[in-house]
Design a binder for this molecule. Structure first.
Ligand code: ZN
Length: 183
């Protein structure tokens, strides 16, 4: 009830958009071509963020409409065009991915979107990661990495391997300001 009221009070909200995302489910995003590294980081944080490579406002708006995704873009005119067509769009601001994440979180509340950190997804394709035994990654990860780590993951989509190295930890701490699903 309070959520409904909050949405109604906030002016620009998405509940009336045809094809609006289900607010009770995790929001799904489509990230525009200029924000590739941002999209990869969002996936590591467990967000469903597809990346629209082709450019062109029409194309990304169509994807958002068809797949019920929220557009994340740094292009003000794209954000405005999308909203004028009743497609939810968040204008991403900031010179760094950290600032960009903050700007998305700031915009999410008034839009009625609840963004939470989830189980990490493949940064390349967004596929789910499965734990694999050490024996399965012999020769598939650099020897130094193999020697140092006990736990490995494989993407069910593209087969890429992951391990919790410094890069991974940095990315997860980048997202520490996101509430986790449990919280
Ligand atoms: Zn993958």
């Amino acid at each position: 009830m309070s959520r409904t009221l909050k949405r109604r009070d906030s002016g620009l909200t998405i509940q009336n958009f045809p094809g609006a995302p289900d607010l009770d489910a995790d929001p799904r995003f489509v990230v525009d071509a200029m924000l590739g590294s941002f999209a990869r980081k969002l996936r590591i944080l467990g967000l469903d963020a597809s990346y629209y490579r082709l450019g062109g406002d029409q194309g990304i708006i169509e994807v958002a409409r068809r797949e019920r995704r929220v557009i994340l873009t740094a292009d003000r005119s794209l954000a405005e065009t999308a909203r004028a067509r009743h497609i939810p769009a968040v204008l991403v601001r900031g010179p760094s991915d950290g600032r960009r994440l903050s700007s998305v979180l700031l915009a999410a509340g008034p839009l009625g979107l609840r963004i939470t950190r989830g189980v990490p997804l493949c940064s390349l394709c967004g596929g789910g990661l499965q734990v694999v035994g050490r024996a399965e990654v012999v020769g598939r990860v650099p020897p130094r990495v193999f020697a140092r780590h006990r736990k490995f993951f494989r993407c069910s989509g593209c087969g890429r391997h992951y391990w919790k190295g410094s890069h991974w930890k940095k990315l997860r701490s980048f997202g520490s300001r996101l509430p986790s699903k449990e919280g």
